[in-house]
Ligand binder design. Structure first.
Ligand code: NAI
Length: 357
């Protein structure tokens, strides 16, 4: 296996590995370890070229630094990608080679599940390195993160409703949920139990049917879910939902959901603010999964009680940054980035002068 450093400004370490024997072509990006070891998932994707993979892994890795900082997980930010078509390339040899690649970084990067990588793949990686987290419950791991992400989103959504609508509970509050997959479906269950009036859309008909069979929810066409006249829009499908085209058409008062990169660009946060729509920044409200996985890794064994305690602080983090946004007259997504950067900077200052800390 050949491992080569790729210098990238603002990143602690970015490394590429190629291993012809297994077909591995992967990049690990360690953005920042000021606040702890860099934990982030391992994604497999058929990127058109290495440049596209490098762009994506660095963007995601920086995002993990910010996400973990605001969630106070005690972790830094990193991410890894394997370049290739999952259907063609996945093999035991590939994941063992990936494990050796992670091991070569000596614990600076800790891996976990991500798009096209599941727990079974991680169990193979684990045979070559101990720097793996999010393993099966039976192996002492924290298991599937989605229910924990959904819990954090639910609590954050409740906080947003209280902040914007001055409502202490969700009875009768209308919520449009886009995407009822792993996180969206668990969120719907909690919303229905809390008395909210829920509308759902998913391009997967079976998932919609499962929702209708289990709960009293209204089904909306995929094309119409974003523009529902509701209190809350909860995007729980893909990213880039808020754009120049969609923002003017929204009829909700709050945007609070699980999807990563909800805003197509940071400037779309301002469009929401200008329209008086309260935004719960994606990486703050959807941090339940990383908090849960972090509790497995940092405590040397999974502790659900501790994880739940930490997830319950998500509303506090959101209120903190809505206050910053209001005080500084900036959109909530910008306030989140500022808060994250200030926490990392404070960590750096503390490391430089430990005697005064
Ligand atoms: P999933 O793949 O289980 O569910 C996504 C659902 O969205 C699928 O049912 C899919 O059919 C549907 N969908 C896709 N495009 C759609 C569209 N245009 N309109 C309506 N439905 C559409 O994914 P999961 O795990 O539930 O994640 C949802 C989002 O939350 C993703 O953006 C993910 O990155 C993010 N997220 C998930 C975490 C987790 O713990 N699973 C953690 C943090 C973020």
């Amino acid at each position: 296996m050949q491992i080569i450093d790729i210098p990238v400004e603002g990143y602690e370490r970015v490394v590429r590995a190629t291993d012809p024997a297994s077909g591995l072509h992967a990049i690990i990006s360690v953005h920042d370890t000021t606040l702890g070891p860099a934990l982030g998932g391992l994604r497999m994707w058929p990127y058109p070229d290495e440049g596209a993979a490098l762009f994506d892994v660095n963007r995601l890795s920086r995002g993990m630094t910010f996400k973990s900082a605001v969630a106070r997980t005690g972790l830094g930010g990193g991410k890894a990608v394997i370049i290739g078509e999952p259907g063609k390339l996945k093999s035991e040899a590939l994941y063992l080679a990936m494990g050796r690649f992670i091991e070569a970084l000596g614990g600076k990067y800790i891996t976990a599940e991500d798009v096209n990588t599941d727990i079974a793949d991680l169990e193979i990686v684990r045979r070559a390195t101990k720097w793996v987290t999010g393993l099966r419950r039976e192996s002492g791991g924290s298991g599937n993160p989605s229910p924990y992400t959904a819990l954090g989103v639910f609590l954050g959504l409740q906080a947003a409703v209280e902040h914007k609508l001055d409502r202490k509970d969700l009875k009768g509050v209308t919520v449009a949920v886009q995407g009822v997959g792993a996180v969206g479906s668990a969120l719907v269950l909690r919303l229905v139990e809390a008395g909210a009036k829920v509308r759902v859309a998913d391009r997967n008909e079976q998932r919609v049917k499962a929702m209708v069979d289990a709960h009293k929810v209204a089904v909306i066409k995929e094309a119409d879910i974003l523009t529902q006249d509701v209190d809350v829009l909860a995007p729980c499908a893909l990213g880039a939902v808020i754009t120049d085209a969609t923002a003017p058409k929204l009829r909700c008062k709050v945007v609070a959901g699980a999807a990563n990169n909800v805003l197509l660009a940071p400037s779309h946060g301002k469009l929401l603010r200008d329209r008086g729509i309260l935004y719960a920044p994606d990486y703050v409200i959807n941090a339940g999964g990383i908090i849960n996985v972090g509790c497995e890794f940092l405590r040397g064994g999974y502790d659900e009680k501790e994880s739940l305690k930490r997830i319950e602080r998500i509303p506090h983090s959101l209120r903190e940054l809505w206050q910053i946004a209001e005080r500084d007259g900036i959109p909530a997504n910008e306030a989140a980035d500022r808060l994250a950067q200030s926490l990392v900077d404070a960590g750096k200052a503390k490391k430089k002068s430990p005697a005064r800390s």
